[in-house]
Ligand binder design. Structure first.
Ligand code: NAP
Length: 295
């Protein structure tokens, strides 16, 4: 069994990006600038945005965190997005999800200029992705592809089962694994909460990508020998014995499933760090496009 070490690979990617940024600096060029907008005080969201900002610093990007109160109206947020769209200094930005209930998430994501949409959530970018056109691929699916690629995990002709159909992970992942190319060329089954007899489906899978957010959902008896497991789930499970009062738990019963798997991602240290690395990669891409347009 091989651990798909997202922490290690993400550090390699960050080193590669750092080298690119150094070249930019040496040539007197402006370095990439990522902004992150966070609305409210959700603990997990603040942690994610904090680590995105720290990662920017690590590779030499400029970063800006825009913090808005929990009572921010949709109009106020749309105004802020307009500012960021028009700010020539900023190459890309993200709106950290979830948003408070008074704000329509879809409307907000559609307001982000597609050229600055480094999360790849705008319908134009999502459509381009589905049509195999060059674009920003949402960071978590992009990170999974990169992990499979760097470990040389065969995906061609394999049966990939994706659990969860969210717009940010499961749905794009199902499209990407079925694309022509590597990683891809899989036969894909997309499952969700209405799927019947899920064990019958997962036990036929060569590759399982689990993104539902139910701790330890996938058990050893639900998978076959030599399965490849990608665990996207991140749930804070209360644990008084830990200093933080919770432990981060994946969707997969790692201790038992890992005994049958050929490759498996740990939680934490698997998909999570890859997501941040690919956000940086998308920001680099946004910078390159921005430069090409302004020439
Ligand atoms: P989400 O929006 O919470 O949706 C969950 C999906 O799982 C839905 O499609 C739901 O089906 C499906 N589902 C729920 N119960 C199910 C069941 N018993 N059997 C099969 N499918 C079931 O998903 P998300 O935003 O993609 O997040 C999923 C998990 O990934 C969360 O733990 C999240 O924290 C984590 N995450 C991690 C990263 C990372 O970087 N590692 C990034 C993003 C998300 P319906 O559509 O029918 O409701």
């Amino acid at each position: 069994m091989t651990i798909l070490d997202g922490k290690k690979v993400s550090n390699e990617i960050k080193d590669e990006i750092t080298a690119e940024v150094k070249k930019m600096k040496d040539n007197g060029e402006k370095v990439p600038h990522l902004a992150a907008v966070i609305v409210g005080n959700d603990g997990a969201s603040l942690t994610y945005v904090g680590s995105k900002v720290r990662s920017c610093e690590r590779v030499g990007f400029e970063s800006t965190m825009v913090r808005l109160s929990n009572t921010t109206s949709e109009v106020e947020l749309l105004d802020k997005i307009e500012d960021l769209n028009n700010n020539d200094d900023i190459d890309g930005f993200i709106i950290q999800l979830p948003l408070p209930p008074q704000i329509n998430t879809q409307k907000v994501l559609m307001a982000v200029h597609p050229d600055k949409d480094v999360d790849g959530f705008h319908p134009m970018n999502f459509g381009k992705m589905a049509l195999d056109m060059s674009t920003f691929i949402p960071a978590t699916p992009f990170g999974i592809l990169e992990l499979l690629d760097r470990y040389g995990v065969e995906t061609k002709g394999k049966h990939t089962v994706v659990i969860g159909r969210s717009h940010i992970v499961g749905r794009p992942m199902s499209i990407l694994m079925g694309r022509k190319g590597f990683p891809g060329n899989s036969t894909v089954t997309l499952t969700h909460s209405h799927t019947k007899n899920i064990t019958q489906i997962t036990s036929q899978a060569d590759i399982i990508i689990s993104a539902l957010g139910v701790p330890n959902f996938l058990k050893a008896e639900m998978v076959k020998d030599d399965v490849v497991i990608i665990d996207v789930g991140i749930t804070r499970v209360p644990d008084e014995s830990s200093a933080k009062g919770y432990v981060i738990t994946g969707d997969v019963d790692f201790d038992n499933v890992s005994k049958k798997a050929s490759y498996i991602t740990p939680v934490p240290g698997g998909v999570g760090p890859m997501t941040i690395a690919m956000l940086l990669k998308n920001t680099l891409l946004a910078r390159e496009r921005h430069r090409a347009h302004s020439k």
